[in-house]
Design a protein around this ligand. Structure first.
Ligand code: FMN
Length: 215
């Protein structure tokens, strides 16, 4: 991606956001991000963050209804709002559009058939972006946290937009890397679409068993 100063697009080839930015000022780095986040409030189904959290359920059956570009934009933009270690953004998103590659990803993800979803995003760790003068293992630790948090933000954004998702953590790293053509290690695959049915929240353990108060 380019900043736009040299006339190049500020989004990747093959993915054009619904809203595009004419910004050419490098200092307005988040111009497009801000435009996307502010756009089309009618597209947002639920703006109550806690309701979004409470209602989110994993979906493994998606309807064929295509996901609007404006919603994809917001899901990706949401990832870009997540905090990252040192703001170095130690992660990358691979937006898989090719049906053939989605099928290969099903295989790479332990043959989980729902990976062939309307929207498939692979979140990868990119520790080389994390420019702290720390040992490599710390940079890797930051990168996995960056990538995971970003995917979590996207997952909640999808829910807020009336979509549903399944987080895939069970995959063969090397196979996924071969399919998407990168040497970056994936941390999660997020599959998104309209759910065939809505479900009730799953039970969780009691709060008293979850929280350990330490004085
Ligand atoms: C780290 C992680 C890895 C997961 N991996 C998979 C997976 O490979 N396949 C799958 O079907 N679900 C996977 N899930 C989804 C969980 O099974 C699901 O979130 C959990 O059962 C709770 O259900 P809920 O999301 O509907 O609340 C994963 C979730 C997380 C957070």
């Amino acid at each position: 991606m380019s900043s736009g100063n040299d006339g190049e697009k500020i989004y990747p080839q093959g993915y054009e956001p619904e809203i595009t930015s004419e910004a050419t000022d490098d200092n307005v780095r988040n111009n497009l991000l801000d435009l996307i986040l502010q756009s089309g409030p009618s597209e947002v189904v639920d703006t109550d963050l806690f309701a979004v959290m409470a209602k989110r359920r994993s979906t493994r059956k998606f309807s064929d209804k295509p996901v609007e570009t404006t919603k994809v934009d917001k899901i990706i933009a949401a990832a870009d709002t997540a905090p990252t270690a040192g703001n170095f953004q130690g992660f990358e998103i691979f937006y898989i559009k090719s049906p053939e590659k989605k099928k290969l990803l099903v295989d790479a993800c332990n043959k989980q058939p729902y990976v062939d979803a309307p929207i498939v995003l692979v979140f990868c760790k990119n520790p080389s972006r994390v420019k702290f003068d720390f040992p490599e293992y710390i940079l890797k630790k930051f990168a996995i946290q960056d990538a995971t948090l970003a995917a979590g933000y996207s997952q909640l954004a999808a829910q807020a937009l009336g979509l549903s998702s399944i987080w895939i953590g069970m995959f063969d790293e090397q196979k996924v890397m071969d399919v998407i053509g990168t040497d970056l290690v994936p941390s999660s695959v997020l599959c998104i679409g309209y759910p065939e049915q809505t479900k009730f929240p799953k039970p969780r353990r009691n709060l008293k068993d979850l929280v350990h108060v330490t004085w």
